[in-house]
Design a protein around this ligand. Structure first.
Ligand code: PSU
Ligand code: MN
Length: 295
């Protein structure tokens, strides 16, 4: 990372919960490596963020990436509020969107690529389960490229809360809020910018206005890899029932649901997840280059 900085290549932050908790071995390591290669291929430098042996690391070597991927659930899931504790504990921690954003801000990185945002969970009116990703987006001046928010969530409520928090959501190659495995959510966005130079100008304007919030670029899964919504909804309903019966709660909910969907879909949700993360990496790296060019 220091070399990339010295060489003047723009950095792209990548999260690590997706690697440790979001995908199974060995596809998680393959995807992490592929995503880093895509970012490099586009002339930017990947900086995967994680807690390794009780230290925040911004930019991982291959050995650290493999440790995280092999560690899986043994790695702690580290959101913003877990950061200090994971440093004290001295162990291995995979940073979520909120944890990674906090570290990216500390490191001065302007672009962050992930799969899908956390958000308002279905039934949140009772459970109060709203991902810390949303409040972190409100205070992190970072451009975030994602395939919208995860399909397992209450997407209309997630979009409402992003508005409340002052976080702009910009469509990228599409007019609707992306729904992770699916392109369409039925929720139209008010702004769409497909071109990296225009996206960079938008980010610069947001900064010039002194608005500290992130800019979310909603970049849908490529059409060839998208899954039909009706089928996805069926798997989600079943996975949510199972979570309830088994009493899965708190931080365990999202990894549980993603893992069950992978099984219920016969691997199709994993293939879509991999495709969308790779696509986001390309778009994010191009944006990082455009931001650098815009100065
Ligand atoms: N996107 C993916 N896979 C994931 C996640 C996002 O493609 O595993 C992770 C992110 O790290 C996100 C987290 O921050 O899920 C949200 O968890 P929760 O709902 O507990 O806040
Ligand atoms: Mn939660």
């Amino acid at each position: 990372m220091a070399a990339a900085r010295a060489a003047g290549r723009p950095l792209v932050a990548l999260e690590s919960t997706l690697v440790a908790h979001g995908m199974p071995w060995p596809q998680n390591l393959e995807t992490a490596r592929a995503v880093e290669a895509i970012v490099r291929d586009e002339g930017a430098e990947p900086a995967t963020i994680a807690v390794i042996d009780g230290r925040i690391r911004v930019g991982l070597d291959d050995a650290a990436l493999e440790r995280l991927a092999r560690g899986g659930r043994a790695a702690a899931k580290v959101g913003r509020r877990d950061l200090a504790g994971s440093l004290l504990g001295g162990g291995l921690g995979a940073t979520t969107v909120s944890g990674t954003l906090a570290c990216a801000v500390l490191a001065g990185i302007e672009v962050f690529v992930t799969g899908g945002l956390g958000g308002v969970h279905r039934g949140a009116a009772q459970s109060f389960d709203v991902s810390a990703d949303l409040s972190e987006l409100a205070r992190s001046p970072v451009a975030v490229v994602c395939a919208g928010a995860k399909s397992i969530l209450d997407l209309p409520a997630t979009l409402e809360l992003l508005e409340t928090l002052g976080v702009p959501v910009v469509g990228c190659g599409h007019d609707e809020f992306a729904a992770f495995y699916c392109r369409d959510s039925g929720l139209p966005l008010e702004l769409r910018l497909d071109d990296a130079a225009a996206q960079a100008r938008y980010v610069r304007l947001q900064r010039r206005l002194g608005l500290a919030a992130a800019v979310v670029f909603s970049n849908p899964v490529p059409a060839a890899d998208a899954l039909p919504r009706a089928e996805v909804d069926g798997w989600i309903a079943q996975a949510l029932d199972e979570a309830q019966v088994q009493g899965i709660g708190g931080k365990a909910v999202t990894p549980f649901l993603l893992a069950r969907l992978q099984v219920l879909s016969g691997g199709r949700s994993l293939a879509a997840n991999i495709a969308l993360v790779r696509h986001n990496a390309r778009v994010g790296a191009r944006l990082a280059r455009a931001l650098q060019a815009a100065g």
